[in-house]
Design a protein around this ligand. Structure first.
Ligand code: 5GP
Length: 128
């Protein structure tokens, strides 16, 4: 069965898309730690990130770098954290999270509740 992220990539499930190319897709995390919290996924559905072939793995980081530059420019954060963790979705993904202190990347913190309009606005700004 296709993962939820494959369904997002295929457009079966809606998402706030930030960027896409032939091999990768970036979209806003629906439970963001901060405005601009983005997920980067390979279109190739592989559960564990280090099971990706070398080309896909390295290309994913180069793709994420471009997205991170947009997040940094939009939010004015000090750095964009690159986080791989969690077991919730069996489709490799990188979290990109705007960060001004380490506390900004605490996944136990309460997530932001954003309106659909705000999600759309953020996605629009990041995809410009
Ligand atoms: P992890 O496996 O990294 O712990 O969690 C997966 C992440 O994907 C979570 O941060 C969760 O909010 C996000 N997520 C799960 N389902 C969806 C979805 O349907 N849409 C979006 N945009 N994000 C999702």
């Amino acid at each position: 069965m296709a993962s939820i992220f494959s369904k997002i990539i295929d457009g079966e499930i809606p998402s706030y898309k930030v960027a896409e190319d032939e091999n990768y897709y970036a979209f806003l995390d629906i439970n963001p730690l901060a405005e601009g919290h983005t997920l980067v996924v390979p279109k190739k559905e592989v559960d564990y990130i280090f099971d990706l072939d070398d080309k896909t793995l390295s290309g994913m980081m180069v793709f994420a770098k471009k997205v991170a530059a947009k997040i940094k420019a939009m939010t004015g954060c000090k750095k964009v954290a690159v986080v791989v963790l969690g077991l919730e979705v069996a489709h490799a993904h990188i979290h990109l999270i705007p960060m001004n202190s380490e506390a900004d990347v605490d996944f136990h913190r309460e997530k932001l509740q954003l309106t659909p309009e705000r999600f759309a606005e953020i996605a629009r700004k990041l995809s410009e």
